[in-house]
Design a binder for this molecule. Structure first.
Ligand code: FES
Length: 149
């Protein structure tokens, strides 16, 4: 099978076809600053072909729970979006793995806290660790702990 050569500049339709992302979503990504196009002589949007990879990256990142703002921050940190190197991808993957590990730890803690709440329903600020999970000052008992320091 012959490999299809992608032209340097592609239309939004081709970008949608290549990535499986709806045209409306691609326009939204552009509005958010995640991808950039330029207009051709006929005033149609044209995307550089490296945007296919960026859109694929956005899809993967969203599936793993990252917000578009998180993804934008990462993309803005890349030295050159048009020429993403293997080192860039490795660094990005490593940062995202660390973030995912943190989220997994937090969700595991929340799941474990939920065990106490099943069948309870009190939603008490004093008692419910699910409603008020990181209440460090609450462990010291009632009263204005910060005011007394
Ligand atoms: S709902 Fe009662 S302890 Fe969480």
């Amino acid at each position: 099978m012959q490999k299809k050569i992608i032209p340097e500049w592609i239309s939004v339709g081709v970008l949608s076809e290549r990535t499986g992302v709806a045209v409306s979503a691609l326009h939204f990504y552009e509005k958010k600053g995640l991808i950039k196009s330029q207009r051709n002589a006929a005033n149609h949007r044209q995307y550089p072909k490296h945007v296919i990879r960026i859109v694929s990256l956005i899809q993967v990142a969203q599936r793993t729970g990252f917000s578009l703002d998180d993804i934008l921050a990462e993309l803005e940190g890349l030295p050159n979006r048009a020429r993403v190197t293997l080192e860039d991808w490795e660094a990005l993957g490593s940062r995202w793995k660390t973030e995912l590990d943190k989220k997994i730890t937090q969700l595991t803690e929340l799941r474990d806290m939920m065990t106490d709440c099943i069948g309870c329903g009190c939603l008490s600020l004093e008692r419910c660790r699910l409603l008020n999970p990181y209440d460090k000052l609450g462990e010291k008992g009632a009263g204005p702990h910060l005011m007394s320091q």
